[in-house]
Design a binder for this molecule. Structure first.
Ligand SMILES: *Cc1c(COP(=O)(O)O)cnc(C)c1O
Length: 459
């Protein structure tokens, strides 16, 4: 379109006119943004011609990898045929019908209804309105409070940011909104000292029970959590956590909601993260991998009990102009079908996932300041720590992570720092040779990072 421009010109125009998400504008504009111009498979290219290994699948979303011509062909055909129509007024269209049918097949039993949004945040906000509406219909209008977790991430809208537990987001705009409370996250490394992970999982689940009792079971609508916290730094709860949380939710008649925006669509080697942990949510939210990021679309999978409850209530006064957008729906359908029919998720579970996990643990286990080396499927992390023996973290949380992340950038490997957790979540189509490349580069970078920490007197 404007390919005659130089990197410098793009940077200057970007700085002049574009406000970036989650960004300190002034500091970005001094450095200049990196300009990404094309992508294929697991690789990106920038405007200077650098080839970059995308160890984060964009923002945890490009599960199927970049450059799938079949998806762009589906989009083009759908645009020609029916570029847009709404689904509000007793109307539907083939693209959204086909997607819904397919999603009900790949979802676990009991999830035969899907509500569409345009993003993860909108899915979370939709879910909040749904659970509150559900309890209204059920004659328990007092049940309105949702319980989220500190360091959980549920998006950036007012509802999603409130339910999430990122205090740096709460600080901006007087969040959380009323009716949302938080419990501590199931982070064994930090909070489980002296306990086995299994013991700690039960303790962390009991924090949910304590909160339900504190608020009052007659006031609590739902507990919401990511099966594995993504943006919070890949916090993988002990195996005992989710089953105990489920038991507690059932006991107090509290709806259980999984936010599957990252875990969904194969990231863990299962279709959905809750299947990995063996629990049964009443609803779950999705986005990201649903279309592999090719177009914006999100969804709320509504379990039969809640779907029936909502139906009893007549109109549910909620929806988006683009709910079930035909082009996004057609592309999501092609994406999900390919994830299934090409065996991509199976490969993560049985082949590339186990390979990644084994290599990851071998590669990072030996560093002096790397600990809690962890992962499942194609989502993995480690934490940069001051002292492995005592589990002491660095005092200025995020400082060392940022140093490390910048070194990765310079080596043309994208990994993310979530505080001092270093995270990788590559496209699910990554090959073993590309996994080797990712890990070999990352090892070089961490070696360099530890040297920098010594130089700067941080260790
Ligand atoms: C990314 C994310 C969201 C928000 O999705 P957006 O599409 O950015 O609005 C919500 N929940 C989880 C778990 C996420 O990772």
């Amino acid at each position: 379109m404007q390919s005659e421009r130089t990197t410098e010109q793009w940077r200057a125009l970007d700085a002049a006119h574009h406000l970036h998400p989650f960004t300190d504008t002034e500091s970005l504009n001094q450095q200049g943004a990196r300009v990404i111009t094309k992508a294929d498979g697991v690789f990106l290219w920038d405007s200077d011609g650098n080839k970059i290994l995308d160890g984060m699948a964009g923002l945890w979303c490009v599960n199927i990898g970049y450059g799938r011509k079949d998806l762009s062909e589906v989009a083009r055909r759908q645009m020609d045929e029916l570029a847009y129509y709404n689904t509000f007024f007793k109307t539907t269209h083939p693209a959204v019908v086909e997607l819904s049918h397919l999603l009900s097949q790949v979802a676990p039993e009991g999830f035969s209804h899907i509500f569409y949004t345009n993003s993860g945040s909108e899915s979370v906000d939709t879910m909040i309105r749904m659970v509150r509406r559900y309890w209204d219909v059920k004659g328990k209008p007092g049940k309105k409070t949702l319980i989220g977790r500190w360091n959980g991430y549920h998006g950036s809208t007012i509802g999603g940011a409130s339910l999430g537990g990122m205090s740096y987001m709460h600080e901006q705009g007087d969040l959380p909104i009323p009716g949302i409370v938080h419990v501590e996250q199931p982070w064994w490394y930090r909070y489980g000292q002296g306990m086995s992970p299994e013991e700690f999982g039960v303790v962390a689940a009991r924090w949910v029970e304590e909160k339900i009792l504190e608020v009052g079971p007659d006031k609590v609508a739902a507990f919401v959590g990511e099966p594995i916290q993504g943006a919070g730094g890949v916090i993988i709860p002990p195996s005992t956590y989710w089953p105990e949380v489920e038991r507690i939710c059932r006991r107090y008649d509290v709806l259980l909601v999984a936010d599957e925006v990252i875990c969904g669509f194969g990231r863990t080697g299962e279709w959905f993260g809750h299947q990995l942990f063996g629990f049964h949510p009443d609803l779950f939210t999705a986005a990201k991998g649903l279309s592999s990021g090719y177009l914006p679309i999100g969804a709320v999978f509504v379990g039969d009990k809640v779907a029936q409850g909502l139906a009893e209530g007549g109109d549910f006064n909620h929806g988006f102009t683009y709910s079930g957008h035909p082009v996004a729906a057609a592309v999501a359908h092609a994406n999900v079908k390919a994830l299934r029919d090409e065996g991509i998720i199976d490969r993560v579970k049985h082949d590339t996932g186990p390979y990644m996990q084994q290599r990851w643990r071998e590669a990072f286990g030996g560093f002096a300041h790397v600990d809690d080396v962890r992962g499942v499927g194609l989502i993995q992390a480690f934490t940069l720590v001051k002292d492995k023996a005592t589990h002491e973290l660095f005092p200025n949380w995020g400082e060392v992570g940022t140093i490390c992340r910048d070194i990765f950038f310079r080596h043309n490997l994208i990994m993310r720092a979530c505080g001092d957790h270093m995270v990788a979540a590559p496209p699910l189509v990554i090959s073993k040779a590309e996994i080797d490349q990712l890990i070999d580069t990352a090892v070089q970078c961490v070696t360099e990072c530890e040297a920098v920490l010594h130089q700067r007197g941080l260790v």
